[in-house]
Design a protein around this ligand. Structure first.
Ligand code: HEC
Length: 166
């Protein structure tokens, strides 16, 4: 039995070393940095800083990888999370989204922040700087919504409405 555990331990150790060779892909494609949400919406540096610290690791091409993201299998988990986050919302590609998509992303982001679902609570445990106080939530939400004046959010500012006014 002692021998069994010795070989089990050695086997696990070898497996751990071998999986380190399976690296995650951290490369990002070429994209227009002028079209980034923060670049487009640069009037509020405080809000922009909060969006970057709370959301950009998973929802942009500017992800910062923590040291433990170098170690498999944690790295696979982190890499998968970032991939999935970018699929839903990628603030780096802001200018490429349609007006409807932009409005929807802002609306959903505000909801997720209000409900405390974003930033992901597990992520916040490892990233104290992403912790959302009530004051930070207000600043970030105002910042996100500061773009919505230019967007057809909640049926406002539709061209048809303007015609009705005439
Ligand atoms: C740790 C990574 C991570 C962070 C940090 C993070 N998100 Fe997400 N986000 C995800 C993932 C993964 C999904 C897709 C799965 C899900 O909905 O949980 C997602 C989904 C979303 C969605 C789409 C929800 C839906 O119903 O389709 C929105 C909007 C969003 N995030 C906004 C934000 C905002 C705003 C922040 C910052 C305040 C943020 N996220 C921070 C990982 C993250």
């Amino acid at each position: 039995m002692k021998k069994f555990f010795k070989w089990l331990f050695i086997g696990l150790l070898v497996a751990f070393v071998v999986i380190q060779f399976i690296r995650i892909d951290k490369s990002v494609p070429e994209y227009d940095k002028q079209g980034d949400f923060v670049a487009v919406n640069s009037s509020d540096p405080e809000g922009a800083a909060l969006l970057k610290s709370a959301c950009y690791d998973c929802h942009s091409y500017e992800s910062k990888y923590p040291w433990y993201a170098e170690i498999a299998p944690v790295s696979w988990w982190v890499g998968h999370h970032i991939e999935e986050g970018r699929e839903h919302v990628n603030f780096s590609l802001w200018a490429t989204y349609s007006a409807e998509d932009k409005a929807e992303i802002i609306e959903e982001s505000v909801e997720e922040i209000e409900e405390g679902k974003m930033p992901d609570p597990n992520y916040v445990k490892m990233h104290a700087e992403a912790e959302m106080t009530e004051a930070n939530k207000t600043v970030l939400i105002n910042y996100l919504q500061s773009l919505s004046g230019q967007l057809p959010v909640n049926g406002e500012s539709h061209p048809e409405d303007e015609e009705d006014d005439d």
